[in-house]
Design a protein around this ligand. Structure first.
Ligand SMILES: [Zn+2]
Ligand SMILES: [Zn+2]
Length: 734
């Protein structure tokens, strides 16, 4: 019989299934029908700075399995994404190649789309976009102006790395051991005006909402949100300030506040100027703020500490000396904290360095008189959103000598980024483009200069989950107001790498801001993602994949050799999402063996079934074994369904492989009893194989559909639902 069995040829099968999907527009986003669940599955937005890597393959294999599963269950599914195309990595990669970033990111994107299609990912490719497209970044500019108007974007001085040789500011990742990545000269820290996103109004709500998200956010993703919040619980006490004004001081050690010996203020404390009236202290504070202190702020034995010379009086006599140190920011945010050497190791280390901490303890031990109130503090703080780089969304403001900083009117958007620029990494090329720079002030009509800073790509990412939910033809007019947003948002599931916690946190803040401003008023809890799954990265030999280590696994080579289905199945099978996937050939061999085995077994069974005799007597004798097969199928399907609902794809794949073992076991038992399978037994066997192929469609869709066709089933049915089992095993009760 093996002579009639077709060979498993992944290249041929995968090309033909993919062509069929394309012709049938199988993954086009549908209009949800009344009563139909609208499920928006959001994969991570790839950076356009190279090819697809194994981390992407992992991300999209999980999301794709889930999307195919939800479609088969009858839900309306939107599975779409856009490229995170602006930013430093893309600009640096273009500089390395002597290319224009605009052309470089497009060529990357096109190549990645080919790779994604070759892997069979069921994205709605018609909805893909680039954040660097004018039609997109115009809305980033709209968001900037909208948040600015609401007081959530502001301009302040910040410390940045500056290279004197290259005449440019550098991002943190461009500074290696205090030296410039290009010229290797020493980097200086300078103060310059920078734009910030204000997070503080929404920290508490981001915290509070986590309890409600616990149902469909996995533990890893919740952990990142808690880490970024950096919440400390404790008490606050109101101490008297130098001029009689109050000073609210926090401590996470409520039982020990009577032992406090000093007060630490954040350099960003709102009342800091009161404590820095002494010119010498003011000067040191200014030095500290210009000093790039964030790098060492967690080390109490090295962190800068300024003695203000002042003290706060304490009820019942005595006084606590007041110091300024950025260690407060690193632990509790821009606040004031009690220093309690007896209860806190960091405070102990500071006390050992600063002589004026040896006074009488707070309140002479009378804690009750201080009336401590329960309180919390968050470490999370506003972040800077502007960069002195070319490749980013131009910040839509002007500088006018008469009027100062003037926002560009929304009607005048977009402020277009010149595309014909080949940056060298030196200076900001926008500052040398008169056609970009010179503009009339919209307020006074006088001469004005455009802002030459661009937005960090982190800012574009704040809303990068929105465009896929809007039909491309409506994005110009209705990006934030299209009626479809109401059924697709919030996204049912975000699937992303566990390094996305910061992005997600800020997206949650901005969603709340847009709810309060108006466009997202229908998202009452202000959450962009109802569910979230974070996965760990893909490593090799226990180490991060890198060119330098020579351990990079290239998905293209794997797909060319083994086929997309094998690679996808291997990636899903190899590890649960919360574990780092240590890539080995073992998983690949397992997946290859399983798929080839299933292919051969199914085709052999089809041939054998056609030749099987009618034998009513034997069939009656084996009816109970067919019954048992039906139960195995029922429970197998139940288990795989539950795994898929939880996005535990490694478990689901394992249960699919177990189902094949059960089916083979069925055959063995019948042969043992009757010597061969009767027609009825084969019908049950083929029914079970069809069910198995159906359960495989989310993971290895090409071979699964091909097997369904060979079994005479409708390939588009996909993953079976419970009611299907009886129909698939129609022969089991005969
Ligand atoms: Zn340099
Ligand atoms: Zn003006």
């Amino acid at each position: 019989m093996s002579s009639t069995r077709p060979t498993y040829d992944p290249g041929r099968i995968e090309a033909s299934r993919q062509a069929e999907w394309e012709v049938g527009a199988a993954f086009a986003t549908p209009e949800p029908a009344a009563g139909q669940a609208a499920v928006y599955i959001k994969p991570s937005s790839p950076f356009t700075s190279g090819n697809l890597h194994m981390g992407h393959v992992r991300d999209y294999s999980i999301g794709d399995a889930y999307a195919r599963f939800r479609r088969a269950r009858g839900d309306a599914v939107l599975f779409g994404f856009g490229f995170d195309a602006f930013g430093l990595p893309a600009e640096m990669a273009a500089i390395e190649r002597g290319a224009r970033p605009a052309e470089w990111v497009e060529s990357c994107g096109e190549r990645m789309l080919v790779q994604m299609k070759r892997l069979g990912f069921s994205f709605d490719y018609g909805r893909a976009f680039y954040s660097s497209d004018e039609s997109q970044y115009r809305w980033s500019q709209w968001l900037f102006l909208t948040l600015h108007e609401a007081g959530l974007v502001y301009r302040d001085n910040a410390t940045v790395d500056w290279c004197d040789t290259c005449q440019t500011t550098l991002a943190a990742l461009q500074v290696e051991d205090g030296r410039c990545w290009r010229c290797h000269n020493k980097v200086r820290l300078i103060r310059r005006p920078t734009w910030f996103l204000r997070l503080s109004p929404y920290l508490e709500e981001n915290d509070r909402n986590l309890a409600g998200l616990e149902r469909s956010w996995d533990e890893l993703s919740l952990k990142t949100q808690r880490y970024i919040l950096g919440r400390s619980d404790g008490v606050e006490v109101d101490l008297a300030g130098p001029d009689g004004g109050g000073l609210l001081v926090f401590s996470p050690h409520p039982e020990a506040i009577g032992e406090a010996r000093f007060v630490l203020l954040s350099p960003r404390h709102e009342g800091i100027e009161r404590w820095a009236e002494d010119p010498a202290v003011a000067e040191r504070l200014d030095e500290l703020r210009s000093g790039g202190w964030e790098r060492s702020a967690r080390d109490a034995s090295a962190v800068p500490v300024i003695d203000t010379g002042a003290s706060v009086e304490v009820a019942g006599g005595g006084a606590l000396p007041v110091f300024v140190s950025p260690i407060v920011d690193a632990r509790y945010g821009p606040t004031a904290a009690l220093g309690i050497p007896a209860a806190d190791e960091a405070d102990e280390a500071i006390a050992a360095r600063v002589p004026r901490t040896a006074g009488a303890p707070l309140g002479g031990g009378d804690v009750v008189a201080l009336r401590p109130q329960q309180a919390s503090r968050y470490r999370a703080y506003d972040f800077s959103i502007s960069r002195q780089r070319y490749w980013g969304t131009p910040i839509p403001v002007l500088h006018c000598e008469q009027c100062g900083v003037v926002p560009v009117p929304i009607a005048d958007l977009p402020v277009v980024l010149p595309r014909d620029v080949e940056p060298t990494g030196e200076g900001n090329p926008l500052a040398e483009r008169p056609d970009f720079l010179q503009v009339a002030c919209p307020t006074c009509g006088g001469e004005a200069r455009r802002e030459t800073d661009t937005l960090d790509c982190h800012f574009d990412a704040l809303w990068l989950w929105v465009p896929a939910a809007v039909p491309p033809e409506s994005r110009d007019e209705q990006m934030f107001t299209h009626p479809d947003l109401r059924h697709w948002l919030p996204s049912e599931r975000l699937v992303a790498g566990n390094d996305s916690g910061g992005f997600v946190f800020d997206q949650r803040v901005v969603t709340k801001a847009l709810r309060d401003i108006g466009p997202f008023s229908f998202l009452r809890d202000g959450e962009p993602f109802a569910g979230c799954l974070f996965h760990e990265m893909v490593i090799a030999d226990g180490r991060k994949m890198s060119k330098h280590l020579g351990n990079v696994v290239d998905p293209d080579a794997l797909v060319a050799e083994h086929g997309a289905d094998t690679v996808r199945l291997a990636v899903l099978y190899a590890a649960g999402p919360t574990k780092a996937l240590n890539w080995t050939d073992g998983a690949l061999r397992f997946a290859s063996r399983f798929l080839r085995g299933l292919w051969d077994y199914t085709h052999d069974s089809i041939v054998a079934a056609a030749e099987a005799p009618e034998d009513p007597e034997a069939a009656a004798d084996t009816a109970f074994i067919r019954e048992r097969l039906g139960k195995w199928c029922d429970s197998g399907l139940e288990r795989i369904t539950a795994d898929l609902e939880e996005l535990q794809m490694h478990k689901a794949v394992r249960n699919v492989t177990r189902l094949l073992e059960r089916i083979k076991d069925f055959e063995k038992r019948v042969v043992k009893r009757q010597g061969r399978l009767a027609r009825e037994d084969y019908e049950a066997l083929l029914g079970a194989l069809a069910l198995l192929a159906g359960t495989l469609t989310p993971f290895a869709p090409h071979i699964a559909e091909e097997l369904l066709v060979a079994l005479g089933r409708d390939a588009s049915v996909g993953f079976p639902v419970e009611g299907d089992v009886a129909a698939l095993l129609m022969a089991r009760n005969s």
